[in-house]
Design a protein around this ligand. Sequence first.
Ligand SMILES: [Zn+2]
Length: 353
Amino acid sequence: MEFDLASLCQEMVAIPSVSHDEEKMADFVESHLSRISGLELIRIGNNLIAKSAGGRPKKVLLVGHLDTVPPDGNEIPQVKQGRIHGLGSADMKGGLAVMLGLASIANSLSVDTNFVFYSCEEVSSKYSGLLEIERMSPDSLNGDVAVLMEPTGGRVEAGCQGTMRVKIQVRGQRAHTARPWMGVNAIHRSGAIITRLAGVALENSVIDGLQYQESLQVVKVEGGVANNVVPDLATITLNYRFAPNKDVDRAFAYVNSLVADLLKPTDVIELEEGVSGAVPNLNEPLISSLLAASRAVPRAKLGWTDVAFFSARGIPATNFGPGDPLVAHTKDEFVEVSEIKAVFDSVRLALNG
Ligand SMILES: [Zn+2]
């Protein structure tokens, strides 16, 4: 089948597909896939899976999300100097074009492939189309290795960090502000905790030669009763991005250890939400072939991606796709046409390696 990756990408950028509203994109991808012979096609809501004929020794999952973040005056694609500009061009309709291109030649590759197109990646992970697929067709997500074609600038961005949100309730005792010695000011107490958290030297873990620089930021502080009352409660919320060699339990224990000596028995430190990251798996044969084919130095993925979804299910996974991750979610988002083609060539080479 003839295909033109650049026009495919451009056509898809023109189709609105903000999270929860991916039907038109799913229709487009479905109609494209249904014209390729020899693929088994499954649609679940606005998710699609295309499976090549089986029987080859290894099965590779190629994975991409159909949704974008909301528009910012950039809904109409523009092609300028070898670049496709517009909402979702880098994140990740360039990657989807590569997937559709590879689907066209799936049955000539030396591995089995499942192409997984899913909805609702850009919103809370509880809405992820991957969960819908897992419920309705768990076998569609089985494979030896997964490649998420998120924007990585055509290099292997391996693994991903874990992330967690922790809330600390700092307790005090109410009193009249004219007689503060009668109470305990919870906001004043929280100051010491915030200072400790802001000054902590975090670990800089190196895994498979890649550096996963951790970060910890206080993201919300709440408290106060009235202008003449010593406050009895202050709440600190923090976001901790941790290296993938720690799981959620270990990472939470670490946050606890940072502030334990400043907390009183009445204070509460709780894990509100947490997901582990994914180790890089650079030695997995397909990932190492991708690395060779890309001819680029791999990078640690800073941030959480669905690589961790697959990793948590025992499937090694990596991010690898066209588009600069730094322009994703910006008004001036774009993808280089040459990069879409280069990524297509690298993945094809690796799948045949
Ligand atoms: Zn994305």
